[in-house]
Design a protein around this ligand. Structure first.
Ligand SMILES: [Zn+2]
Length: 336
């Protein structure tokens, strides 16, 4: 899939390429100084050998540059957002389960092949940097990015840098216990925020409640599918299903509590919500209402809280490309 777009002539080194490497697709695009994406290219991920996937990434980058109608000389560098654990200094993907990668030297491989500087980062970290540089965090000096999807995690940006902590685990609030004796979490803990509010948790909760006999339109859905999905629960809630609404509202209250804790810990200018679940209106409404209520009840939180504190990501379909591009662009901005 390719997209043509007009791009005026650019000074050498004024553009960056952002690459979003996912388990099913690789998306690349050329990003200008204004955060506009040109020459979007999307290729399916070949999940056989790491070498093949790296070649697909090179093909996507080359094709994006050609489609944007610019020369290699105009490109300052390539940023890549990769799922899983990443050694940022060395540019190595330590472990990316859905790519089948372990200890893959992404940076050196691509730099040799392309002759361009490459920066590699975990995709959630890249998304946080994308919000800071191009999204609703633009113009702020600190922000918290909270991803709500198949997992729940926060990323903290201070003065344009990701705060990683001494073990690289800063922001792992998804694995803080929010309910004693709550549901089992995939991390091995119990009652983690992620086990209460992530997509699979909503699906699991709905499935158990329907199976226990609670009335819901999801009963008919479950009759046709072996398992419910978070999308099905969200759709039922949109259609007015009371059970689905209750489950999403309960998740929203837990997320609101996490936001309250993050705000009191980091005092950020903005907390940006991303990930698939952030697009669910009922969840966002619950979060906003609950956070506002906490501000009424807590005098200290009231000093931090303002109506624009919690915001939905503005980057939508280009979030992955822009986040990856920010790895080069933000780096350069910090050096200026
Ligand atoms: Zn956990």
């Amino acid at each position: 899939m390719q997209e043509q777009s007009a791009l005026a002539t650019h000074d050498p080194g004024s553009l960056v390429v952002g690459v979003d490497v996912g388990g099913t697709k690789i998306a690349a695009g050329v990003v200008d100084a204004q955060g506009q994406v040109h020459g979007r290219v999307q290729l399916p991920t070949t999940a056989s050998q790491p070498e093949e996937t790296l070649n697909t990434i090179i093909a996507a980058i080359t094709s994006a540059i050609q489609t944007a109608g610019v020369s290699f000389a105009a490109i300052r560098g390539v940023g890549l957002g990769i799922p899983g654990k990443v050694d940022v200094e060395q540019g190595i993907s330590l472990l990316a389960v859905n790519l089948g990668w372990r200890d893959v030297s992404v940076k050196s491989h691509l730099e040799t092949a392309l002759g361009l500087p490459c920066n590699v980062e975990n995709d959630v970290n890249a998304a946080a940097m994308g919000e800071y540089l191009y999204g609703v965090g633009q113009g702020t000096s600190n922000l918290v990015y909270l991803i709500l999807g198949t997992g729940v995690a926060a990323r903290i940006m201070i003065a344009g840098q990701i705060y990683r902590g001494s073990n690289g685990l800063a922001g792992e609030i998804g694995h803080a216990q929010f309910a004693v004796d709550g549901p089992q979490c995939r991390c091995g803990g119990k009652g983690c925020l992620e086990a209460l509010a992530a997509g699979p948790a909503l699906a699991q909760r709905a499935q158990e409640t329907v199976r226990s006999g609670a009335p819901s339109s999801l009963r008919a859905v479950l009759a046709q599918h072996p398992k419910l999905t978070a999308e099905q629960v969200c759709e039922a809630a949109r259609q007015g299903d009371q059970l689905a609404r209750q489950i999403i509202t309960a998740a929203g209250q837990h997320v609101a509590h996490a936001i309250y804790l993050l705000a009191l810990t980091y005092d950020p200018q903005v907390i940006v919500l991303g990930g698939g679940l952030a697009q669910v209106e009922i969840l966002m409404e619950t979060i906003q209402t609950d956070v506002a209520r906490k501000a009424e009840q807590s005098p200290i939180f009231r000093e931090i809280y303002h109506k624009q504190l919690v915001r939905l990501t503005g980057l939508k379909q280009d979030a992955g490309i822009l986040g990856a591009a920010a790895l080069i662009a933000a780096h350069d901005r910090c050096r200026q």
